[in-house]
Structures are given as structure tokens and as C-alpha cells.
Write a protein that binds this ligand. Structure first.
Ligand SMILES: C[S@@+](CC[C@H](N)C(=O)[O-])C[C@H]1O[C@@H](n2cnc3c(N)ncnc32)[C@H](O)[C@@H]1O
Length: 273
């Protein structure tokens, strides 16, 4: 599986549970190649993956709605944005900067421009930036993004990405966030905690990736401890939850009985101090 395919997979998951994810535009990305990958993942890793990714989307959708409502707009900076579509559900007063690898960004921009012209998507102000986080320095990334931020405050989102990065790149990105943001700005982010490594479902995930890494994409399998976020000097943890907790709130019929049965990611809202 190549990294860009993971972005199609999570987008398709969101389209399976629009009532939970609140993403009514995800289905625009559905395609036969991704549909062919999904049954094996649900079967060999976890049947709950689609609901969990929809819960993650719902959490950030709700949090960004209230952040931008209170602030009367601002800029969403989405790192490793894949095919996420928040910008079309958020108010028009929100500008978006989409950052991902070159192939994703080119493909996404072309498709979004076409769908907007065809009236399938509402018009939004979106900037696209191709960056490989592993290859560019803190300064290069900051200098590329800063001119694109035309409206404050900023909400930085990075979801479904840390798993694929190593700690050096993660540290670099937090330096980037710190340089770009002002006090009271927020970061929404997601990680597996190291405890998850002991669960059979996580071992099945790694096995799936290792046995399907046909393109030899160089990605890591990072987990990050809670203390990493506590120790960030320029950010405080404002809110934290996990997908198991969210399932009780938004998907009570999901038959998930215990956090260790699922690929339970921990979600953080951080506030710049
Ligand atoms: C699982 S997808 C998640 C996409 C999106 N955030 C979502 O939740 O729908 C992971 C995304 O991270 C991006 N990504 C991974 N490593 C990256 C890197 N080194 N530089 C830039 N983007 C990267 C991938 O291209 C992909 O779009």
C-alpha cells in the first residue's frame, strides 16, 4: 500500500458513515481501486476502522466549527490533508491551506477546481502547498506557508499523519506550528499512544502494512506518548479524548466493548500559550 492510498481509504471510510463523520463530500473521492482494498483491511485488521475514522472526523469537525464560530473565521492549515473536505462544511469565512505531498496536492487541486466549477462543491478560498515534511527544513516550511496565511486566528490540523513520520520530523513540525501560530491559536492532532503497540489489533495493522508495502514507501510506524504533548513548551493540552470514548457518544450501536479491541487513536486539542 502506498501512502497516497491511505488517504483514499480514510476518505472512503468517512463516506460510509456520513451521519457520524458529517462529511457529505467524502464520497466524491470514492473509486473502484480503493473499494477493492477495503474489505481485506476490515477483515484482517479490524471491522471497526470505518467508524473510528468517521468519529475522528466528527470530533475535529465539531471543534473547528466552534473555534471558527467564536473567532468569526480564520485559517485552517491542514498538514497531510489527504482528501479531507472540512473546508466545504465550514463557513465561507474560513480560508484553508492544504499541505501534502506533490502527487496528492496536484490531484486534489485539479479535482476540487473541477467539482467547484460543476457546482458539486461550494466555493471556498483554498491554497495548496506541496511539501514533503521529511525533506524540507523548519525554515523552508515556515517560509512557504507564512505568505499564504491571510486571515487569523489559525487552527492547525494534523490527523492520520504522525504514524507515518519519525520523531525528528514530528519535532520539526511542532517548531513549524510554533513559528506560525500566535497565543490562543489551536492545533488538533492525533496519535497512537505506545500502549496501543501491545494490542493484537495494532500488531495486525503493522502486519498489514508490512505485507502490503509494495512500493517500498519509506514510512515509519510512530507512536507518541502522552508526555510528549504535556512537555511541549509552547502548547498546553486543552482537551483530549480517544476514539473509544467518542464511540460511546456518537456511535452507541457500534458494538465496540473495549478500547483495546480497536485501533484506538488519541486525539488532542492544543492551545498555543
Ligand atoms: C492516512 S492519510 C490522512 C489524510 C488526512 N489527514 C485525513 O485524515 O483524511 C496520511 C496523509 O499524510 C500525508 N503524508 C505522509 N507523510 C508525509 C510527508 N512526509 N510529507 C507530507 N505529507 C505526508 C500523506 O500523503 C497522506 O495524505
Amino acid at each position: 500500500m502506498q501512502i497516497h492510498e491511505t488517504a483514499f481509504v480514510v476518505s472512503t471510510y468517512r463516506s460510509f458513515h456520513e451521519d457520524i463523520s458529517k462529511d457529505v463530500y467524502a464520497k466524491l473521492w470514492n473509486n473502484a481501486a480503493t473499494d477493492a482494498l477495503i474489505p481485506e483491511i476490515l477483515d484482517s485488521v479490524s471491522e471497526h476502522e470505518a467508524i473510528l475514522h468517521s468519529l475522528r472526523n466528527r470530533f475535529f469537525y465539531d471543534k473547528m466549527q466552534s473555534f471558527f464560530d467564536t473567532e468569526n473565521g480564520g485559517t485552517l492549515i491542514n498538514f497531510g490533508s489527504g482528501f479531507s473536505m472540512y473546508q466545504f462544511s465550514l463557513p465561507e469565512s474560513v480560508k484553508t491551506i492544504e499541505i501534502d505531498k506533490e502527487d496528492i496536492i496536484q490531484y486534489k487541486k485539479e479535482k476540487i477546481d473541477n467539482w467547484t466549477t460543476q457546482g458539486k462543491l461550494p466555493k471556498r478560498e483554498i491554497e495548496y502547498l506541496a511539501v514533503d515534511f521529511n525533506q524540507r527544513s523548519t525554515q523552508e516550511i515556515v517560509e512557504a506557508i507564512r505568505p499564504l496565511v491571510k486571515k487569523t486566528p489559525t487552527f492547525i490540523l494534523i490527523e492520520g499523519v504522525f504514524f507515518f513520520l519519525d520523531r525528528t520530523t514530528t519535532d520539526k513540525l511542532f517548531q513549524v506550528f510554533n513559528s506560525l501560530q500566535e497565543p490562543q491559536d489551536e492545533v488538533g492532532c492525533v496519535t497512537y499512544l505506545p500502549e496501543v503497540e501491545n494490542t493484537s489489533v495494532y500488531k495486525r495493522l503493522l502486519h498489514y502494512f508490512d505485507s502490503h508495502n509494495d512500493a517500498n514507501d519509506p514510512f515509519s510506524h510512530q507512536t507518541i506518548p502522552y508526555s510528549y504533548f504535556q512537555d511541549l513548551e509552547e502548547y498546553t493540552i486543552f482537551e483530549t479524548t480517544d476514539e473509544f470514548e467518542l464511540s460511546k457518544k456518537y456511535a452507541s450501536n457500534s458494538r465496540i466493548n473495549h478500547a483495546t479491541e480497536v485501533l484506538n487513536e488519541t486525539l488532542f486539542l492544543l492551545k498555543r500559550t
